[in-house]
Design a binder for this molecule. Structure first.
Ligand code: GP9
Ligand code: MN
Length: 637
């Protein structure tokens, strides 16, 4: 008996098959329980179970390419890599509710800095992901010398044939479920649900190569295509044109702040008392139907869209993937009007590739971690706490030449929403039992306090009167993974309708003398550039931009989100579930009712992507050169 077991343990094919089954089971369990894939029917259950098999057989089978003596080592390495890919996706998903893509991986610097966040995303049970890897290594070690991965050619053929069969069966079934799966690039969850994580990475690699080649082959007539689409759209102008001409601008990126928090109370206490007063101030324009457009690039995507009025990309952060592009961003435009521009942020300058991207956007100065006094006492989580951050920024902003266009990026209200000092805790936690949600209110309260102190300091320093303050929430802070707790917080079940509505972030423009009101016009971060530039009296008619002036009367109510969701004054369409709702009642409608707006969203997102991938704005200079000289307003006579 023992001998038979022993012989089995030395059998390469047996080793291969056991490993395949282990990895298959592990992958299936991870797909099923670590990702929230919204399985709609039993066919999708079967697909999910089948989906890892083909790719596992294929990738592990690659070990046969190696010489016999090295095969076991190659096999174990491949097994380890696949396990690692799976594990990395599981951890990444816990926070980002998304899968890793190559462009995101290239931002490895960000991963290295995740520190506290990464640790809090892992648990002791994660060790289970590695039990099989260790077991196989021990097995190979014990049978070293006798265990070889040599199989008959026929067997090898059978293994690859099975792999091929499994993959094509998978593709067929996936295609029946979703016909345009491979072309709908923004829907990663759908892809993983129907094709699995491993195939997703293969697909992602091909897409990345494709993107790179886009730039090389892009031609200037593609810019004409974008232009003609934009000129076919209405570009209304507000009556407020030039109302804030010559004023300083202070943009404030409010980390992870969603709009539902305005006026929200915990145990009778307001979470954001400062913002609640500010939105009602007579000199404040407050937009309460304003959405974020961000994708995987989070804070940096919001920065990108606000500066350029272009959409961020469906994969990766445009700050990292396309920092070499030509842009026509707000700081650069304002420079021509005599503005000095600067960014203030308490984190490393390389985070999100900002040190490279800011000069490309036309910023003159970037005050980052190295310009601040950052100690363990005055930092938490990602870095310098918001209150000392604003305090220390005062002397820097006072030193800037006027008028200035500045941006302050807050940090403390970032996942996992932790405070490390009793003094910073100014409100109770909620008690949904979901730690992330419960802590969210405490860090939001802290950030609100920091904004209040900043505003007071600006007043004291005499920097208030001539300045326009623009506050925006950068992106959601609480992902779909917390729907149960959020249902408790909002008092209603979170369907795709409510989920889309939760993507609203506060957008506030405040300036002494500005005629304030609350506006329920539907808009998004893409509209910030034209809105601000119009207020400052800067013509943007010829600019290539997808947003419109939020203050224009005959403007179309519209917000297109990066996942393909669309919101108008009538409809809310959720891109992920593809469900259409009545905006006023939240009632689900026939999908076809949303067809027109879905189409428009697709066209706009595709054109914007084409523009960024192809670096099409570089052709603007050529256009300029083609114009007769007398057209140039800057011509020196
Ligand atoms: C890091 C800060 C947070 O510098 O902007 O980035 P996020 O994770 O929100 O994109
Ligand atoms: Mn952020």
């Amino acid at each position: 008996m023992n001998k038979r077991v022993d012989r089995l343990l030395q059998n390469g094919l047996f080793f291969f098959l056991i490993a395949t089954v282990l990895l298959w089971a592990k992958s299936y369990l991870a797909f099923r329980f670590s990702f929230n894939l919204d399985l709609e029917n039993t066919t999708q259950e079967y697909i999910l179970a089948l989906t890892p098999l083909g790719s596992i057989l294929f990738f592990l089978g690659l070990s046969f390419i190696f010489p016999k003596a090295k095969r076991i080592k190659a096999f174990l390495t491949l097994y380890f890599i696949m396990s690692f890919v799976l594990f990395a996706n599981v951890v990444y998903y816990r926070f980002f509710n998304d899968f890793i893509t190559i462009p995101v991986l290239m931002q490895y610097k960000n991963f290295a800095q995740l520190g506290g966040s990464a640790k809090s995303l892992m648990s002791f049970t994660d060790l289970l992901f590695w039990v099989d890897v260790v077991a196989l290594m021990v097995w190979a070690r014990m049978k070293k010398g006798t265990l070889t991965l040599s199989v008959k050619k026929r067997t090898m053929g059978a293994l690859f044939a099975t792999a091929l069969l499994a993959i094509s069966l998978n593709l067929n079934m996936a295609n029946d479920e979703r016909s345009e799966l491979l072309t709908r690039t923004f829907d990663r969850a759908m892809f993983v649900k129907l094709m699995g994580v491993y195939n997703f990475h293969l697909y992602d690699s091909i897409m990345t190569a494709n993107t790179q080649s886009h730039r090389v082959f892009a031609e200037s007539d593609e810019l004409t295509e974008v232009r003609s689409y934009l000129s076919s759209q209405k570009d209304p102008k507000s009556e407020n044109f030039g109302e804030l001409e010559g004023k300083n601008v202070v943009l404030i990126s409010m980390e992870s702040l969603q709009n539902f928090i305005i006026d929200y109370k915990v145990n009778g206490k307001e979470v954001t008392p400062f913002l609640n007063d500010l939105v009602r101030d007579k000199n404040t324009l407050y937009f309460n139907n304003f959405y974020h457009n961000t994708g995987q690039g989070k804070t940096s995507d919001a920065e990108f869209t606000i500066a350029n009025s272009l959409y961020p990309l469906p994969r990766g952060a445009v700050f990292t993937t396309n920092a070499g592009n030509e842009f026509n961003a707000t700081p650069e435009i304002l420079k021509e009007k005599g503005y000095t521009s600067a960014v203030f942020h308490g984190n490393n300058d390389s985070f999100w590739n900002r040190d490279v991207m800011y000069p490309a956007l036309g910023y003159d100065r970037f005050f980052s971690k190295k310009d601040y006094n950052v100690t363990t006492e005055n930092s938490v989580n990602y870095g310098l706490k918001d209150i000392p951050f604003f305090k220390q920024s005062m002397s820097k902003i006072k030193g800037l030449e006027k008028p200035y266009y500045t941006k302050f990026i807050t940090l403390t209200h970032h996942y996992p929403f932790v405070l490390n000092d009793e003094e910073d805790v100014m409100i109770d936690r909620t008690n949904t039992g979901d730690g992330t949600v419960d802590r969210y209110f405490q860090t939001a309260r802290y950030m609100d306090k920091s904004l209040e102190t900043f505003m007071e300091d600006m007043k004291k320093a005499g920097e208030y009167e001539d300045t326009v303050f623009v506050f925006y929430g950068d992106h959601y802070g609480i992902s779909e993974n917390h729907n149960r707790a959020m249902a408790e917080i909002t008092g209603t079940e979170i369907r795709p309708f409510e989920h889309t509505q939760l993507q609203r972030v506060p957008f506030i423009i405040h300036s002494p003398g500005l005629e304030g009101k609350t506006m329920d016009t539907v808009g998004s971060q893409i509209d910030v550039k034209p809105t601000i530039l119009n207020l400052l009296g800067v013509e943007t008619e010829d600019d290539i931009q997808f947003g419109t002036d939020l203050l224009a009367k005959d403007r179309e109510d519209l917000a297109i989100l990066r996942d393909g969701s669309v919101i108008t004054d009538k409809y809310v369409y959720d891109g992920e579930s593809e469900k259409c709702y009545d905006k006023a009642t939240g009632q689900e409608l026939e999908g076809s009712e949303c067809d027109t707006i879905v189409q428009k969203a697709q066209t706009e997102l595709n054109l914007s992507d084409k523009l960024v991938y192809g670096d099409l704005l570089r052709f603007l200079d050529d256009e300029e050169e083609d114009k007769p000289l007398t057209d140039s307003p800057n011509e020196e006579k």
